[in-house]
Write a protein that binds this ligand. Structure first.
Ligand code: GMT
Length: 383
């Protein structure tokens, strides 16, 4: 095998969601190992940051032609994939999230095949593409087709793999590759000034980070905190924004804890507020993995979460935090208090959370992706 580097296209949602974060960090890491990485998406991925050697960004711009009541994003994305593969002689396309990325990639693969260009497609399933959209019959045939026609399919947890097999007519093997963190991102001293601006010394700071969609059960976050607040002084940091924010603010007012709940809005890098926090609340209805739980743990922040989906593969009950059934507000508040009321106990959980997160170090996960890419690549590509 000679030393030709991989030229890979990565397609993802560029926004704050975990799938975009995972795709972006994976791409940056491949580039830092000498591979050429082309992001194809409708705006610059939020975690891309400044210039990185061997990283390129191709924007997908949808025409505003007046006849289009629904702009055909998937078609424009497909054409962009074809254009970038041709122009940069990509060896592989890795698409994150089934709809519309995997289906567009399969169409691009067909178009290129007609020109004699072989384009392997790796699809990573992230969660809501399967657990929410997958339940909608209007998407089922497209998602099944995209999964079956991909050259390799991965899911971010065993739980998501099981859900995919249950919900879709899938003949493909589905490989589990867990999400990851880069420990270097978390090796920062606590910014005491910022911490003091949120909560006085000795007052615990609880945190929730999400897109504030119904699936995150934002009302439960506020109710759990209310119970904690009834027992001890504490503050809650709400990071993110979305459809449930207004209701959450109203609930906090109704429960008379509004002044102890800080709604920060969207933050580009959630690691910063995590590094100031003492505990993460994640009472989601469903969570294929829960990247924010892993990021919290890597920041030395224990997690009180539900025991759904992939969360038990990340958060270990009684070790890195606690897991309870969906809606078990009393139990989740009790677990939070059991850690927060004794500083020694909290420190044990913090240490174990950080140690456990190291098992999800990008250095362990990247080789798993490379070993899946390798058999799909020409023999002269080093992987
Ligand atoms: O939470 C969402 O709805 C956004 C979605 C995304 O695109 O980031 O999150 C899913 O993918 C993440 C990255 O793999 C997982 O960590 C989240 O658990 C998953 N969300 C759900 O399953 C609800």
């Amino acid at each position: 095998m000679t030393n030709s580097q991989l030229r890979i296209g990565i397609v993802c949602y560029p926004t704050f969601g975990g799938s975009g974060v995972v795709a972006t960090e994976l791409g940056k890491s491949l580039a830092s190992r000498g591979h050429e990485v082309h992001f194809i998406t409708y705006s610059e991925p939020v975690r891309l940051g400044s210039f990185h050697p061997r990283v390129y960004y191709h924007e997908v711009e949808v025409s505003k032609y007046p006849l289009f009541e629904y702009p055909p994003y998937e078609l424009v994305l497909t054409s962009k994939m074809v254009e970038v593969v041709r122009a940069h002689r990509l060896n592989l396309l890795h698409v994150h999230y089934a709809i519309p990325h995997a289906s567009a990639a399969i169409m691009a693969k067909r178009i290129l095949a007609a020109e004699g260009i072989h384009l392997p497609v790796v699809t990573t399933l992230h969660g809501t593409d399967i657990t929410l959209l997958g339940k909608d019959p209007s998407f089922e045939p497209v998602i099944s087709h995209a999964i079956n026609e991909s050259d390799c399919v991965t899911a971010v947890s065993h739980s998501l793999r099981e859900d995919t097999l249950k919900l879709f007519g899938v003949q493909q093997e589905i490989h589990v590759v867990h999400n990851f963190v880069k420990p270097a991102h978390f090796d920062k001293p606590r910014d005491v000034q910022s911490r003091d601006s949120l909560a006085s010394a000795g007052v615990p700071l609880l945190c929730h980070i999400s897109n504030f969609r119904p699936v995150k059960r934002i009302g439960d976050v506020i109710r759990i905190f209310h119970k904690v607040r009834n027992t001890m002084e504490a503050k809650l940091l709400m990071v993110g924004d979305g459809p449930e924010r207004h209701a959450a603010e109203q609930l906090a007012s109704a429960l008379q804890i509004r002044e102890d709940v800080i709604f920060l809005g969207k933050v580009k890098n959630p690691i910063e507020p995590l590094l100031l926090s003492d505990l993460l609340l994640l009472p989601s209805e469903t969570e294929s993995f829960g990247l924010v739980a892993l990021e919290a743990m890597a920041a030395g922040v224990p997690v009180v979460s539900t025991n759904v989906g992939g969360l038990p593969e990340v958060n270990v009950h009684g070790v890195t935090g606690f897991l309870h059934p969906v809606g078990a507000i009393e139990e989740m508040a009790g677990s939070a208090l059991s850690m927060l009321q004794t500083p020694g106990t909290l420190q044990h959980f913090r240490d174990r959370a950080k140690a456990h997160a190291d098992g999800f170090n990008l250095d362990h996960i990247l080789p798993q992706y490379l070993s899946l890419y390798c058999p799909l690549l020409p023999p002269d590509i080093s992987c």
